[in-house]
Write a protein that binds this ligand. Sequence first.
Ligand code: SF4
Length: 62
Amino acid sequence: MVPKVDKELCISCGNCVDLCPDVFVWDDEGKAEVTNPGGCSTQCNCQEAAESCPTDAISLEE
Ligand code: SF4
């Protein structure tokens, strides 16, 4: 899966960065961004991160 963050929707809650720090990091404006799409695997928490995002800013594409 390839995770994406819609920064317009991100409210900087930190869930995704906490759950999957290999993939989600903060950008210069304090919004989450994907730093390593290839780091998303069946073992990581991207699915959980997407589900925990309060604004549905994270999408996971096949
Ligand atoms: S979980 Fe959603 S709202 Fe929270 S930091 Fe990540 S992208 Fe932003």
